[in-house]
Design a protein around this ligand. Structure first.
Ligand code: KIV
Ligand code: ZN
Length: 518
């Protein structure tokens, strides 16, 4: 089987994504994970662009030894020498030099003729070859370049010593049929092309980056440049996880192997989101939150009976912990009974029928149903009816210093007044710590989101959070013009639900008709 080289540019092109910048330490951590993932080439940065980028490329080159480490440079002598310096310590180094070749770029950006472009390409590639044996040349904006001229540029680059030639769709303009034709024409007409690796590099402005990359592979490209989660300039680059899984799942049409250990994909995606704070959209293929979640009843039923009915790959193949069955208004009886079983309840057929009716009623009002709701439904109610146990009576916060401090006053149960101090990294952490000092539960904040409900400075802030209380997750929502106040109210709502669940549990155990498992 032919092999496709996976060239990861998360740390270079990906990092150009708005808001995705990482510190040198974070990039090193990511590079180690990319190594664990099994990518062949890591493009670590653009060393001339800043002293930090230089240092980061050098550090990755010295510490990450298995993959090829690439550094980007324009075809300028200063760029090339700087990149070579950063890569000197690498076990296997690649210099990646580039110059734009389309008339639009030559005329308006570079203000040079095609002849001068050719000369610069040759000089740049030769200079790079004087430093290392592994040299990649990229023709920026290749897909909008006059095709005969692109062929001439690539011929010159190969003659000057390039070992990989890259055909970037810099502005995400091409489509699969056109890209396939460009790569096929290059392969059919450029002398010496069979001795080098042809590479594809696609941007996602029309949402075609992965499809275009695969079309390039069909036409003979054997390196794909891509990024984790598809991050990158504007709409991003081809997503590595999508390219790799398309090759894996559809090996019947793409008989190629890669060195990627697919069970590391999810972990790598999560690490990147953690480091950059940018989450992939929930419906993102392979690594999105919903990528393996089945909500429609028919789908859930199918997956329970036989996974392959609605799953073309298993979550385990890409390292996603487990297929999630989200309960919502489209969920069927089987999925509901299964969730109860997982929570420790073995329901009879009659009981399932009764609970299912209540469940449907609740699902009409609420988008997602949580375990706490299921427990309450068993007792003919919903968690939204949880009686108020914890009431906020006063809140003072002081922040702006190293540690924030808060004083919270509560009324608990039928009138007990209490007050506590808390400290934390920020006003919310301090206020939650103060609440925790007054309750018996073990808590762990899982997520917290703040939304502005109305425009303007005096907007009402809505806080929604998920709080793990003694091991079970409860949701809470609060609204106020003061977001600390809103967050504390949301926290107390989650605690009220936990108290209610404990109450229900006690009643339930008394009735002793079911096995309590959470
Ligand atoms: O998109 C592009 O053209 C690039 C090159 C520098 C390879 O990122
Ligand atoms: Zn790019």
């Amino acid at each position: 089987m032919d092999r496709v080289t996976i060239f990861d540019t998360t740390l270079r092109d990906g990092e150009q994504s708005p808001g995705a910048s990482m510190t040198a330490g974070e990039k090193l951590r990511m590079a180690h994970q990319l190594d664990a993932l099994g990518v062949d080439v890591i493009e670590a940065g653009f060393p001339i662009s800043s002293p930090e980028d230089f240092a980061s490329v050098r550090r990755i080159a010295s510490e990450v030894r298995r993959p090829v480490i690439a550094g980007l440079a324009r075809v300028e002598p200063g760029d090339i020498d700087r990149a070579a310096e950063a890569l000197k310590v690498a076990e296997r180094a690649r210099l990646h030099v580039f110059l734009a070749t389309s008339d639009i770029h030559l005329r308006h950006k570079l203000r040079i003729s095609r002849e001068e472009c050719l000369e610069r390409v040759v000089a740049g590639v030769q200079r790079a070859r004087a430093h290392v044996d592994d040299v990649e040349f990229s023709a920026e904006d290749a897909t909008r370049t006059d095709l005969p001229f692109l062929c001439a540029v690539m011929q010159a680059a190969i003659a000057a010593g390039a070992t990989t030639i890259n055909i970037p769709d810099t502005v995400g303009y091409t489509h699969p049929a056109e890209y396939r034709r460009i790569i096929a024409t290059l392969r059919a007409t450029v002398p010496g092309i069979d001795d080098v690796v042809v590479s594809v590099h696609c941007h996602d402005d029309l949402g075609l980056a992965v499809a275009n990359s695969l079309a390039g592979v069909e036409a003979g490209a054997r390196q794909v440049e891509c990024t984790i989660n598809g991050i990158g300039e504007r709409a991003g680059n081809a997503a590595l996880e999508e390219v790799v899984m398309a090759l894996r799942v559809r090996a019947d049409g793409y008989p190629f192997e890669t060195g990627v250990r697919t069970p590391e994909l999810y972990r790598t995606s999560q690490l990147l989101s953690y480091l950059t704070g940018i989450q992939p959209q929930p419906n993102k293929a392979i690594v999105g939150k919903n990528a393996f979640a089945h909500e429609a009843g028919i789908h859930q039923d199918g997956v329970i009976k036989e996974r392959s009915t609605y799953e073309i790959m298993t979550p385990a193949m890409v390292g996603v912990p487990e297929s999630q069955l989200v309960l919502g208004k489209h969920s069927g009886r089987n999925a509901l009974a299964r969730r109860y079983r997982e929570l420790g309840y073995e329901l009879s057929i009659e009981e399932t029928g009764r609970v299912y009716k209540l469940f449907k009623m609740l699902a009409d009002q609420k988008k997602a149903i949580f375990d706490e709701d299921l427990i309450a439904i068993l007792q003919h109610g919903t968690m939204e009816d949880a009686p108020r146990v914890h009431r906020l009576r006063g809140l003072e916060v002081r922040c702006g210093e190293k540690r924030s401090r808060a004083i919270v006053r509560l009324t608990v149960g039928d009138g007990r007044e209490c007050e506590a101090n808390g400290e934390g990294d920020g006003p919310l952490a301090a206020a939650f710590a103060a609440v925790d000092a007054m309750i018996e539960f073990r808590t762990e904040l899982e997520t917290l989101e703040v939304h502005s409900a109305t425009p303007g400075r005096d907007a009402v802030g809505e806080v929604s959070l998920r709080l793990k209380v003694n091991g079970t997750t409860f949701t809470g929502r609060g609204a106020s013009t003061d977001i600390v106040d809103a967050a504390v109210r949301a926290y107390l709502v989650a605690l009220d639900k936990a108290s209610h669940a404990r109450e229900l549990e006690a009643q339930h155990l008394e009735a002793a008709s079911y096995l309590w498992g959470v």
